[in-house]
Structures are given as C-alpha cells and as structure tokens.
Design a binder for this molecule. Structure first.
Ligand code: NAI
Length: 338
C-alpha cells in the first residue's frame, strides 16, 4: 500500500488508534471464574486490551496468583484479584463489563446440557451478585449450557428488578470463530477476510452457521456445506475428545471471549458499526432468546439484526433447532423460578 493510502483512507488502523489511546474512557472489566482454563488466558487477553483501565479477576480460589502474574504486564489496566464469595462484591463494584466463564466444562461423552445441574446454580449465584453490585454492567455469559444460562440470568435479574435485555449476552463468538476458520480452509480464501454469521443457540444443532451468507463468496457443493455445518456444530466436541478428559476449549474460547468483550467496550465507547453475533433476548423468531447479528452501542444491544436470506438447507436447520432451543430456554426459566 502506498503511503498516501495509509494516511488518507479511513482505514481500520486509524480507527484503532483512535480507540486504543490512553484517552479512552475508564472501563472496568470483571472476569468471574478467572483462575480456570478459560479464565486465565482470557485475563491475559483482557490485560492486553487498551480499552480496559481496571481488570478485576474473581474466582472461588487461586486468583491471587493469577492476578499477581497478569499484573506485571506493562499495559494500561490495573489488575486486582478477588478470592472467595466474601470478595465478590468488591470484584463487581463499578464494572462496565462482566465476563462469566465460571463453572465446570465437558468431559468426553457429555453434552453441554449435562453441565446444567452444576453450572445453573453457579450462574444464578453470580447473577444475584451482579444485580446487587453492578446492575448496569454488560454481562457476557460463557458458562454452559449458554442456551439455558442466559435465560437463568434474565430471570434472576427480573426478580431483582434490574433486568435490561440490552445488557445480557450469551457468548457464541467461538462458533463464529470456528465457522470462519473451517470455511477459509475449505473455500481456500484468506481467513482474515472471512465473515460468516452463526445464529440460533450454542449447542449441537442449535448452532446454525449461515454459509450461504459467507464472504468472500466461494462455490462450495451442498456436501461441502453440510460437512462445514456439522464441523462447526461439533467443533466443541472435537476439542473435548482431543483433550480426552482434560476439559473443553479454553484457548480458542478465551480468544473468542476477548473479541466479544472488546466489541462490548467499543460499543460502550461509542465506536460506530460494532456488530457481532450473540445469543440475546430476541423477537426475530418466535423464541424468546436467539443468537443473531447484534449491533452494539452505548447501552449494549443497539439493534438485533434479522437473519437475512436463508438457503433451503438453512431454513430446514432453523426449523429443526427451534424445539431443542425452546426446551433449553424453558429449562433455564424453570430452574431460576423454583
Ligand atoms: P475450568 O474448570 O477450567 O474453570 C472454571 C473456573 O470456574 C474454575 O477456576 C472454578 O474455580 C471457577 N468457579 C467455579 N465455581 C465458581 C463460582 N461460584 N464463582 C466463580 N468461579 C467459580 O472450566 P473452563 O474450561 O474454563 O470452562 C468454563 C465454562 O465455560 C464451562 O461451563 C464451559 O462449558 C464453558 N465454555 C463455554 C464456551 C462457549 O462457547 N460459550 C466454550 C468453552 C467452554
């Protein structure tokens, strides 16, 4: 590229510089479950994010070590570690964004729903504290089963009188990250240029990548699209099996979580055109929660974008996922209200 194009085009490096400077507003990010497999690399990535001024790392144990370690990195944010429930309030106070990767991960042979019994209770407790200490924060829910933990969070916030659907997000970014990687490999296009919306939910067939809308365009066969769709839906299981009992995706999830949190921060700071897929309260289908492209802004969700044109294969996938997603939503709501 010529020097002229670098200095005069409104290219991303200029935008990035604008939002990356020390003049960015103060923003506190809290990570709940910060000592875990996702939590640690996510803490690292958030420490590298220049939009963060304060990074609070909370877990039921082991956070002092993680916080001391990460705090030595010479980037903008001040890091503090909080260990045990008595310190949860301090970790949350004043947070703009709360990221929740707390809870148990899958082992081979488990579905995300098998995690429900343990993680539902963990998420419920953490959300009660969020309602008390930082009801204005944007909540990024990573803990599985996301299809149910997001409805649980919504019910907890409703009970506390703090629910704002614009501020609650299920993090489905890893599905998008996987769809992009797998598509780029098959279509033989540069992975950095790839965009693929992924809609629905975050478990098995509820993960619906819309490869018909993928860019750059490629002429893939129906069989290739089917294989890509299945690989995206089973991406988590691929990692669970490869780790053979040592957990599920942590590094790629930390990356995806950091991308999504960064988008939330950019939105809060007023950056234009921040769009990511996320599982949110929605009216674009008959389901009360649904993942689709979402425009992020100063209040969180600015606009839930529609699905766009679907191929027949995607239309079929959409109809198939609805009953499963509906029942996961109902399970979450029932749990929260019992
Ligand atoms: P991990 O077991 O390595 O870490 C979980 C951490 O949560 C531990 O440090 C544990 O002490 C902590 N924790 C447990 N109860 C807590 C509580 N009440 N408050 C605060 N912290 C608590 O598990 P990993 O691999 O980090 O996974 C975490 C969650 O993320 C799992 O539910 C997993 O299924 C989910 N996940 C979600 C993905 C997504 O795409 N949304 C992708 C991959 C995993």
């Amino acid at each position: 590229r010529s020097i002229k194009s670098l200095t005069t085009s409104p290219s991303s490096h200029i935008l990035r510089r604008g939002y990356a400077s020390e003049a960015a507003p103060d923003r506190k990010v809290a990570v709940l479950g910060a000592a875990g497999g996702i939590g640690q690399p996510l803490a690292l990535l958030m420490k590298l994010n220049p939009l963060v001024s304060s990074l609070a790392l909370y877990d039921i144990a082991n956070t002092p070590g993680v916080a001391a370690d990460v705090s030595h990195i010479n980037t903008r944010s001040e890091v503090s570690g909080y260990s045990g429930e008595a310190e949860l309030g301090k970790a949350l106070e004043g947070a703009d964004v709360v990221i929740i990767p707390a809870g148990v991960p899958r082992k081979p042979g488990m579905t995300r729903d098998d995690l429900f019994n343990i993680n539902a209770g963990i998420v419920k407790g953490l959300c009660q504290a969020i309602a008390k200490y930082c009801p204005q924060a944007l909540v990024n829910m990573i803990s599985n089963p996301v299809n149910s933990t997001v409805p649980i969070a919504a019910e907890v916030f409703k009970k506390a009188g703090t629910y704002d659907p614009k501020r609650l997000f299920g993090v489905t970014t890893l599905d998008v990250v996987r769809a992009k990687t797998f598509y780029a490999g098959k279509a033989k296009v540069p992975v950095a240029e790839v965009n693929v919306p992924v809609v629905g939910g975050h478990a098995g067939i509820t993960i619906l990548p819309l490869f018909s809308q993928a860019t750059p365009k490629a002429n893939l066969s129906d069989a290739e699209i089917t294989a890509l769709t299945k690989r995206t839906q089973d991406g988590g299981t691929e990692v669970v099996e490869a780790k053979a009992g040592k957990g599920s995706a942590t590094l790629s999830m930390a990356y995806a979580g950091a991308i999504f949190a960064d988008a939330c921060l950019k939105g809060l700071n007023g950056a234009p055109d921040v769009v990511e897929c996320s599982y949110v309260q929605s009216t674009i289908t008959e389901l009360p929660f649904f993942a689709s492209k979402v425009r992020l802004g100063k209040n969180g969700v600015e606009e839930v974008l529609g699905l766009g044109p679907l191929s027949d294969y995607e239309k079929e996938g959409l109809e198939k996922l609805k009953p499963q997603l509906q029942s996961s939503i109902e399970k979450g709501i029932k749990f929260a209200n019992q």
